[in-house]
Design a protein around this ligand. Sequence first.
Ligand SMILES: Nc1ncnc2c1ncn2[C@@H]1O[C@H](COP(=O)(O)OP(=O)(O)OP(=O)(O)O)[C@@H](O)[C@H]1O
Ligand SMILES: [Mg+2]
Length: 494
Amino acid sequence: MARDLKSISFRMVFAVLVIHAVLLPMLSYGLLTVVRDFQEDGFVDHVRIYSRVFADALLADDGLISESDIVAGLDSSILGGRCVHAALNMGDRQLLSTLMGHDDADSFVEDFNFGENGDDVYYISTPVQMGEWSAVLELGFDELPTLLEIESARVSILRFVLIYLVLTVVLVVILSTLLSKPLRRLRHDSRQIASGDYSRKMSVSSDIFEISELTRDLEHMRSTLVGVNDRLEEEIRSREVAEAERRKAEVHLRHMHRLQSIGTLAGGVAHEFNNVLLPMLLYTDLALEDLPSDSPVRPNLERVLKLAHRAKGLSEQILTFGRPSGEAMDVIDDIAPFIDEAMSMVRALIPASIEIRLHMEGPIGPLVCNSNEIQQLIVNLCSNAFHSMSKGGGLISVNLEACSVTPEFAEQHPRLVAGNYAMLAVADSGEGMDAATIERIFDPFFTTREVGEGTGLGLSVVHGIVAKHEGEIVVTSEVDVGTTIKIYFPLCEV
Ligand SMILES: Nc1ncnc2c1ncn2[C@@H]1O[C@H](COP(=O)(O)OP(=O)(O)OP(=O)(O)O)[C@@H](O)[C@H]1O
Ligand SMILES: [Mg+2]
């Protein structure tokens, strides 16, 4: 309600009504006064001229005309129309029109203004004089026709004023609608823009110059602000991307640091361990050599020797993770036969209930690598895939293909550079891993398998081998769906 009272339409109509409420009564009153004065003055002038002419007509060259002529004249003035009283007063005698009653003779009261005495008759006396003789002509004229004309003029003026007022209000309503409609449209558009519809254009067309200018200025402002907004959004987006990348790199770096320090520590321990193991192996060997073949101590010493060899194998695995092994790297033109060989080993180890699919693209290009280590890596990954599956079986697929690493992909994996790589992927339909497990899988001795079942060194060794080959490992896994481990090895430039 309060909003309607403040609207342009209401204010314009209200202003027009207030102005006209003051002006129209004044105008009507002025017009009415002019008309009334005009009518009254016309009446009085007419009456005076008529009386004078009539009085002059009563005179003959030698005095008054005969009495019968005077009476006939008085009668004719009443019969002629407006005159209602006609008498000639000659001092001691009075001649009256025969059309008047004798009582009417006394009703004469001289009027000086129109409408005086409230008798609706304008009485006028005109002296008739000739030499020493004099008489007074008394005439009374009916004021009613003039009063009726004044009344009808008043009604006409009021009707005109009313029609004028109605037309003015209608015109103002039309004008205010013309003015407020584009403004309402502008308001609607502005609200839409403010609520987030930045692409909405302000295209209100109006013949009113101020409104079309306002529309143009607002549209200019909108397009400028949209530009600024787009730039800000773009900036925020790129900052968010940069921030996410920074966080990812930080996590990666922390992970690398952790692996490095664990590797250094584990490497040191394995080294010391080796220093102890080697004399143990040596002295046990020597002791066995000196023992007779049927000695009852021999089986025990052989067990010690076997376990010491196993321990040596373990410490070598730790060393593989901790620092590059001394095994030589060769340029291998086609890695496929080595992978085939590793897969035959895998097939021999894994039960037939698990399907194994191997897919290798044609020659993918020369690779600097150690084939034994690559085979060890495949066996470890397939062994993990196998262990992640329930007894019911599943699928392990191994793929080898050439791929080119894009700069965007390289940015996400700092150990890669844009270029050509051989990509080895081992995917399984096993139990998968959650994020917390993925975070720790490369840690030496991290295992989720039962005590005594897994050493937790398999993926640490894989990590060491991939690092040595300057490659990268990408792990994707989903609980109850499966895991895919992709390994990228750089191809030689040819
Ligand atoms: N394909 C996979 N699916 C599900 N979990 C996996 C997979 N590969 C690795 N893991 C998880 O990572 C852990 C560490 O693996 P890793 O190969 O290092 O050790 P392990 O397999 O437990 O023991 P080891 O390899 O010495 O016998 C595993 O215990 C398992 O929890
Ligand atoms: Mg393993």
